[in-house]
Design a protein around this ligand. Structure first.
Ligand SMILES: Nc1ncnc2c1ncn2[C@@H]1O[C@H](COP(=O)(O)OP(=O)(O)OP(=O)(O)O)[C@@H](O)[C@H]1O
Ligand SMILES: [Mg+2]
Length: 1044
């Protein structure tokens, strides 16, 4: 699946999708493979031109990136752009150097295989810029470990330093790389940068002492003079004007408007600092740079005897001082050479030319070796730190090759020969790898294909490098050959040996026009990229690269650490001849090829649109030439040999699955079947495509375009589907969130409830336990064991009591108290009763009080004594039983001030004969009177009242015992009253003689006279009857009352 292995965080996926929808370049085709007319160079160039006009400088040929130098700053290298390309598939988004960078990075991570990016193109085509963009992309986008943050900076900062020392303005490029650079970037298994390593190849040292017209020396000289502080220049004995230095004016253009040496100086100083150069190291480095300038100004003169001497003393002493060497030794070494012949050492003076070339050789050697030292120093700064060694086993590497481009100058020398040889090798590698991989791909996929004819430059490589027969071997041989050798003899040797080679021509071998334009000192090589005439002048010297031994000795003794590192004593002692420069270069290139072959390559092919370094200018002839020699057409043809387009099944299916209902939205079967179903649905004809083992190959671009257009038309529908599923997804997610929240709340709530109920149960159990324990200990003293139970019993009894308290005094119910509370209960009962009584009493009216008092007295007298009493209890005592008008006025008058308090009708029985006589009995406060209508018959003073007798039965008989001796008194009165209880009570109370009431169980005796006694007998009967009985007794029949 396309998104597999990629971060699928929401933002990224959206980015991918948006890019896929909008970012396809619509100008020309963004992949040449999709050109219908792929055999036409004109169409190819037209496509390049159209895109170039729209600032679309990048175009693919399959996986190869073709880049056209825009010669102006484009807004396509921002951080956002980097983000756009992160993790995005090659074909989904417009071509870019970042896409190549990202793809390589991902391939490294997923396949765990070392990668390399080969950037080629002629001088000024933009290789170095491309390599810087790639480096920047990795520095910005790759994850970094904390302590590695500076590593990214160092990697980036190595560029300005190396460019300052190794780049120069040439006619073709204001910032031309004059050395080859291969940089390894090491990544750990997590994809974070861990370290870096640079290999440098053959610096064009001759530039130190000579520049062609319009060219400059290495940037660092001009930067130092223009940007260096006054103090610094003083210590170096330099002045600011570059015109004063011979080594800087050979090309006659020390100043270039497009280059700001001052600003670049600042950048280099900063970079040196970031990389970790100490200030002493920087000082030593600059001493060497300055010494080269002074060396250039060191002049010689020839003495009369042919000896050579130095005319510029100050210069040479400056050189000696700056290089930290002995001045006279240096002088001596510059003008003499040491020879060892037959074991003996001899010193011979140099002639003028020899002295000049010794000086130049020294300048070149010092500068060249210092450059190597610089690269080493940078490597130390980028090296894997000790703590990362253990993880370096899982590390992978991306190599970046930025080498000097193919160049054809007016005068081409040894350096151009080497540079172009190097490019020849790279071209061969390109051909071999692209063709091989292409062929392999068809083979592994099981697809038949037609071979494409292409120019294989192996023949040129062999011409140059073949052992014994190649140009380099011949050159070496010529250098080593004893006897008189010179550049011309080398040329002749070449003519003899490789004269018949189809790619080799010299003046002698040429015919006609070619012969006319070629000088006699030149040989021409027909390179893959064009014909180049090389002037053999200096070839031998440069190949020898010899530095006089005595100069080396002087340098070995230098106090400048850098120089003593660069010039080793062993070198002087070792008599063995060092390897020749060209062979050295050849061998280092072989090694480079091995390194590159061991890695998975990606290509960036840079094209230079014009020679004038101008933006917007597209020189068709120039471009066509490059397209041709870079082999881009062959590359395209090979790529298209059978099929214009190929894509892995999963990628193809992923992109076009919306076009077929069977594959949309997901295909679950085998990928190949899915692709089959898809192409069948799309109506692909059999000749239009082939299915390989893991890829689909589409023969014509038209087929793909139709499919693309169908996809484009389908996109709104897809967008709706995506929207729908996105909304669905969002809502589902929302619902799931809510559901989850509900469950959380529910479970929280249930948990709380359960905890509460468990707590309640626990407390209840505790309570029950306490209760039972309390019950067991209930008879003990109040203590911790039984307090709860006891309290509870008390409490519940009291609570129950509260509810069941007697409502009135007559209610004698009272809850049975527990044993514990018997005493309290009794107290309470009493209190309650008292309380009820108090309350009752408070409610009682005066009349009622009076009534009650009388009733109480009645109760005290009669309760349980007289049978009729219970009947009287429920009946009210009246104030009087007689109405006022029933009492005679006369009687009242007679009574005078004594008010009648109570009156009742009675029957008075004569003491003798017991004759009944109706009377009124009136009670006053001090006496009672018996009244016969208007006449008071008997007055009985209360003071004289001796007693009141009644029977215990149910009759109305009452006897008021009065003394007989008192005249006024008539003796005991035997009365019958229907309200005997009421009467007796009131009378006893008024007379204050309640103790005088006598209730007889048997007969009542009364005084008939002072001496005679009468008796009232009582017998039970059915109704009340008063009769005269036997023996003169009064017999009262009392009705029997049932007591039940
Ligand atoms: N992508 C780019 N955007 C803007 N300018 C560019 C770009 N690529 C190259 N240039 C311009 O072209 C000039 C030359 O590019 P560069 O130095 O990369 O060439 P080169 O291929 O390395 O050449 P040489 O082989 O001489 O080293 C740069 O200095 C820059 O001005
Ligand atoms: Mg370059």
């Amino acid at each position: 699946m396309r998104y597999q292995g990629r971060e699928v965080e929401e933002g990224r996926v959206r980015l991918v999708m948006e890019s896929a929808l909008t970012a396809r370049d619509r100008v020309g085709v963004q992949d040449f493979v999709l050109l219908e007319n792929y055999n036409s160079e004109a169409t190819f160039i037209e496509n390049l031109r159209r895109r170039f006009r729209e600032n679309l400088i990048y175009t693919y040929i399959g996986s190869v990136l073709v880049s056209v130098n825009p010669y102006k700053e484009l807004e396509i290298y921002s951080k956002q752009q980097m983000e756009r390309y992160r993790g995005v598939s090659f074909y989904e988004i417009s071509p870019h150097i970042y896409a190549i960078s990202d793809n390589t990075y991902r391939a490294m991570r997923t396949e765990r295989r070392d990668q390399c990016i080969l950037i080629s193109g002629e001088s000024g085509a933009g290789k170095t810029e491309a390599s810087k963009k790639i480096l920047l992309y990795y520095a910005v986008t790759c994850p970094t470990k904390d302590h590695m943050v500076t590593l990214g900076d160092r990697l980036l900062q190595s560029n300005p330093v190396l460019e300052a020392f190794g780049n120069a303005k040439t006619l073709r490029n204001d910032n031309s790389s004059r050395f080859g650079k291969y940089m390894d970037i090491q990544f750990d298994f997590k994809g974070a940068t861990m370290g870096g390593h640079i290999l440098n190849y053959l610096l064009e040292k001759s530039r130190v002492v000579h520049q062609n017209h319009g060219e400059r020396n290495f940037h660092i000289f001009y930067q130092l003079l223009d940007g260096g502080e006054d103090d610094l220049l003083n210590t170096l004995n330099l002045d600011r004007n570059p015109h004063n230095y011979r080594y800087l004016v050979k090309g006659n253009c020390p100043r270039v408007s497009s280059i700001s040496d001052k600003n670049n100086w600042k950048a280099v100083s900063k970079a040196l600092d970031v990389i970790g150069f100490t200030s002493e190291e920087v000082q030593k480095l600059l001493n060497i740079i300055a010494s080269v300038l002074h060396l250039g100004n060191t002049l010689f003169a020839e003495g009369e005897e042919g000896e050579t001497y130095i005319t510029t003393e100050t210069q040479i002493s400056n050189v000696a001082k700056l290089l930290g060497v002995d001045g006279s030794a240096l002088k001596e070494a510059l003008t003499h050479k040491k020879l060892t012949a037959k074991g003996e050492e001899m010193v011979s003076p140099l002639n003028f030319e020899q002295a000049v070339s010794a000086r130049d050789a020294l300048a070149k050697a010092v500068y060249g070796r210092t450059f190597n030292w610089l690269v080493e120093k940078i490597n130390q700064s980028l090296a894997l730190k000790a703590e990362n060694y253990h993880s370096s086993k899982d590390a992978s590497v991306i190599g970046l090759l930025d080498i000097y481009g193919f160049e054809v100058l007016q005068h081409n020398s040894f350096e151009q020969f080497c540079i172009n040889y190097c490019n020849e090798k790279l071209q061969q590698l390109f051909i071999e790898l692209t063709l091989r991989s292409e062929q392999e791909e068809y083979e592994t996929e099981g697809i038949a294909w037609e071979t494409v004819q292409y120019f294989d430059n192996k023949i040129i490589c062999d011409l140059i490098e073949e052992k014994h027969k190649g140009i380099i071997s011949i050159l070496d041989e010529e250098c080593l050959r004893p006897g008189e050798t010179c550049d011309i003899s080398f040329l002749e040797k070449l003519e003899d040996t490789v004269g018949g080679h189809p790619h080799f021509i010299t003046h002698k071998l040429a015919t006609g026009k070619t012969r006319r334009i070629m000088s006699r000192e030149e040989f021409r090589l027909l390179h893959y990229a064009g014909e180049v005439n090389y002037n053999v002048n200096g070839f031998l010297d440069k190949n020898n690269d010899l530095l006089n031994r005595n100069l080396k000795e002087v340098m070995c003794q230098s106090e400048n650490q850098i120089l003593s590192d660069c010039f080793r004593r062993e070198e002087v002692i070792d008599q063995k001849r060092p390897e020749m420069a060209a062979s050295q270069f050849k061998n280092s290139l072989m090694k480079l090829m091995e390194i590159l072959m061991s890695k998975e390559p990606s290509y960036v092919r840079c094209i230079k649109p014009n020679d004038a370094k101008q933006p917007g200018r597209f020189d068709e002839v120039l471009v066509r030439h490059q397209v041709k020699y870079l082999g881009l057409m062959e590359n395209l043809r090979v790529r298209r040999a059978g099929f214009a387009y190929r894509r892995r099944f999963e990628a193809f299916l992923q992109r076009y699955k919306p076009l077929c209902p069977e594959t949309w939205p997901n295909w679950n079967g085998k990928l190949a079947d899915g692709v089959s179903a898809l192409v069948n649905h799309l109506g692909y004809k059999a000749e239009e495509y082939k299915l390989g083992r893991s890829k689909i190959f589409i023969r014509f671009p038209k087929t793909l375009f139709t499919t693309e257009d169908a996809l484009e038309a389908k996109k709104p529908e897809i967008a709706v589907t995506l929207q729908t599923s996105w909304r669905g997804y969002r809502e589902r997610a929302k619902y799931q969130r809510i559901r989850h929240a509900v469950i959380v709340i529910q479970s929280g709530w249930r948990g709380m409830k359960a905890r509460r109920s468990a707590k309640r149960r626990h407390e209840a159990a505790q309570l029950i336990r306490r209760f039972i324990k309390g019950f067991i200990y209930r008879h003990e003293e109040y203590c911790a064991e039984n307090d709860y139970f006891v309290d509870h019993v008390r409490y519940s009894f009291l609570k129950n009591l509260r509810k069941n308290l007697p409502k009135n005094v007559l209610d004698l119910n009272w809850p049975t108290p527990p044993t514990l509370l018997v005493e309290a209960s009794e107290h309470l009962q009493r209190l309650h009763m008292r309380n009820m009584v108090i309350k009752y009493c408070r409610r009682v009216q005066p009349e009622w009080k009076k009534q009650m008092m009388q009733k109480v007295v009645a109760s005290e007298i009669f309760k349980d004594q007289k049978d009729s009493y219970p009947y009287s209890v429920g009946r009210l005592f009246l104030d009087s039983r007689l109405e006022r008008e029933q009492i005679s006025l006369k009687v009242l008058q007679t009574l005078g001030s004594e008010k009648v308090q109570y009156g009742v009708s009675v029957i008075k029985y004569d003491r003798r004969g017991f004759k009944p006589r109706p009377r009124q009995l009136l009670l006053t406060n001090t006496f009672a009177v018996l009244v016969d209508r208007t006449k008071i018959k008997q007055r009985m003073d209360y003071a004289a009242l001796r007693g009141i007798s009644v029977s215990s039965h149910c009759d109305g008989m009452v006897v008021l015992h009065m003394p007989c001796e008192v005249n006024k008194q008539k003796g005991d009165a035997v009365l019958h009253c229907s309200h005997v209880i009421e009467l007796v009570t009131k009378l006893a109370m008024m007379a204050s003689k309640t103790n005088y009431v006598n209730i007889s169980l048997g007969s009542i005796r009364f005084a008939v006279s002072r001496t005679k006694e009468g008796i009232i007998d009582f017998i039970g009967g059915s109704e009340l009857k008063v009769t005269k009985g036997k023996r003169g007794h009064l017999l009262v029949t009392t009705p029997q009352i049932s007591t039940t």
